[in-house]
Design a protein around this ligand. Sequence first.
Ligand code: C2E
Ligand code: CA
Ligand code: CA
Length: 638
Amino acid sequence: MHYIIDYNICALLITIITMLFFWVNPKLKDRQDQFYEVIGCFVLIESALNIVTVFTDGHVPEQVMIIIHMAYLFFVHTLPILMFAYTSELVGKHYHHFLRLLIGIPYAAGMLMLFTTTYTHWIFYVVDGTYYHGTGFTFLYIEASFYVILVFFIVGGASQFISRYKKCTILFFIGLQIVAICIQYIYPQYLVVDLAGALSLMSMYIALHSAGSITDSLTQAYNASALNSLIRTYYSRQKNFYLLGYKICGLNRISEVYGDAYRNGLLCYVADALKEELGGKVARIAEDEFGVLIEAKITEKEIKKHINQIPCLWGSDDYEVIYDAAKALLRSSDFLTPTEIIGMINFAFHKVKKMGKEELIVIDKQLKAQYFRWNQVHEAIVDALAKNGITVYFQPIVSMETGEIFAAEALCRLTDPVLGSISPAEFIPVAEQSGLISQIDNRVRNIVWDFLRSYDIRKAGIDHISVNLSVAECSQPFIVHTIEDEAELANVERGTLHFEITETVAITSPAILAEQMRQMQLEGFCFHLDDYGTGYSGVTNLISLTFRVVNLDKYILELAEHTEKGKIIKSMISSFHECQIKVVCEGIETPTQEEMMRLWGVDYLQGYLYSKPLPCDKFVQFAKIQRRTQHTHASIIA
Ligand code: C2E
Ligand code: CA
Ligand code: CA
C-alpha cells in the first residue's frame, strides 16, 4: 500500500512544538502534568515510528521491520487508555482497583494479540519484506474506540464538576479522535490518527496546561489555584514542605502615593526576590499576598535567614518605596489537609495584622489551636443564627446628674451547647472576619425592636436603647431602607433606638458613612461614636460626622487613671460639650472612677459599678427597682 505520510510529518512537527512549549514554560508537575507529559512523549514517539515504518518497509531485514511495527502499534494503541486515565484525572474521577482491572481488559487483550502476532498473525505479518494487516487488526480499532467512548461518558457523568472550558476541550478531542479513527479505518493509506492525536495534544496544552492558566500575568509567579494544586500534589505524595505567606502591607496606599506603575514594580520585585532568596515555588495568592512553597530540605532557621535578607525597599531613580511585610511560616506536617493550610495562612495574616508587628510568625501549636477554636466559634455562630441561639443582654447607662438609669446598651450573647458561653470579645471578631456580623446585628436589632414594642421604656424613664452597628453593616447600601422598614414594622418611636458606631468604621469609609448617617438622621435616628480613644481618635470624623454622643472607652479610663494625662481628656470633654455632644464613659467599676468622671464633666456612666449586662427580664426588674428607689428617695426629701 502506498502510505501518505504528509499528515504524519505535520503531526510530528506539531507535537514537537507543543512539547517544547510544555517543557520550557512553568508547570505544576502534578499528576495531570505527569499524564500529559507521558501522553506527549507517546504521541511524539509513535508519530516518529510511523514515519520510520514507511521509510524502512522492504529496506531492512524482516525481523527489524516486525520490531518497528510492533513498537509503533504498541505506542499508538496505548494512547487511548492513557487518554482515558488522563481524562479521569482531569475530572477527578478515581476508580476502584477491580473496576480498573475490568477497564484494562480490552487493552490487555489487544497487547497480547500484538505481542504474539509473529506466531498468530492476528494483528500483522510480514511476507517478503511486505507488511500485511492480520484478521484481528480491526480489534485494535474497536479497542481504541472503546476508550474514546469511555472518555465521553466520564465527561458526561462529571459535567457538573468541571468547567465548560474543560468540557469543550475534552469533547473536541473525542470528536477529533473518532473522525480520525473512522477515516483511517476506511482509507488506511491516510495516516490521520497521529495528526488527530497531535492536534488534541496541542488543544489540551492551550486549554489546560499553558502557563497562562497557572501564572499571575503581572509577576509571572504561580497563581492561587496553582498553589492550591501544588499543595494538594505535595500532600498526595506525602512530601513535607514549608509554606511561607508574605503580605505587603499598605499596598493600596503605595498605589495612591506613587502610582500604579510603582505598585506593579514593587509586586514584581517581591515575586523575584522571593524566588531568588528562597528558591521555592512562588505564587501570588491575593492582591498583596504571596505564598511560597519550600521543600523541607532546608531548615526553619535557614528560611528565616533568607527572608531577613529580602530588604523591604524597592525603587527607581525617582523614588524609593519602603514597605512593611507580614510574614507567616508553617510546616505541612503539622496539618492534616491542604484546605487547613490555606485557611491557616490567612488566619495567621489576620493575627499579624492585629498584633501590629510586621515580623515573621511561625505557626506553632498554639496558633493552630487558636485557628481550630476560631473554626469552632464560627460554627457555633452559624448554628446559633440558624437555631435562634443569639440572645441580647441590656446594660444600664446611668445619668451623672440624677444617678438614675438613663439608657441601656444592647449587647449580644452566644451560648453554644458544646462550647458553653462565648464572650462577644471572642465571637464578634470571628463574625466580622467571616461576614456573619451583619446577620448578628440584624438579629440583635430585631430582638431590641420586639423589646421596645412590648415594653414602654419611656414610661420606665429610659430614654433609649443603643445597639452596635458593625463595619460591614454600616457599609451596606440598603442599610438605611432596612432599618427604616424595621422601625415601620415595630411601630415604635424612632428616637428610642440609637446606634453605636466604632471609630475605626468612621475612618475606613467616611464618605459612605456620612451619607448613610445623614439619611438616617433625617429619619429621626441618632448616632454615638463608640470606643473613642481606642482607634485613631480622628478629629475630622467628629467634625464631619454628626454624632450626638461620644462613648469613651474603658481604656481611656485606665490611661487617665495611671498617668498625668487626665487633663487632656477633661479638656476634650469640654470641647465635646461646646459642640452639644454628650459623653458616656464605659467601664466604671469603682466609686473613685465615678468621682473622677464627675470632675471631668462626663454626662453618663456605664459599668459594673451600676450593673453588669442583664437578661431582658432582669433588666426590666432593675429599671423598676431603681425608679421606685429614686421616687421613694425623692418623696422622703420632699
Ligand atoms: P462595646 O460596644 O464597647 O461594649 C461594652 C463592653 O464593655 C461590653 O462587653 C460590656 O459588657 C463591657 N463592660 C461594661 N461595663 C464594664 C466594666 O465595668 N468593666 C469591664 N471590664 N467591662 C465592662 P461585651 O458585652 O463583652 O461586648 C464586647 C464588644 O463586643 C462590645 O464592646 C461590642 O464592640 C461588641 N458587641 C457586643 N454586642 C454586639 C452586637 O450586637 N453587634 C456588634 N456589632 N458588636 C457587638
Ligand atoms: Ca458599644
Ligand atoms: Ca464601647
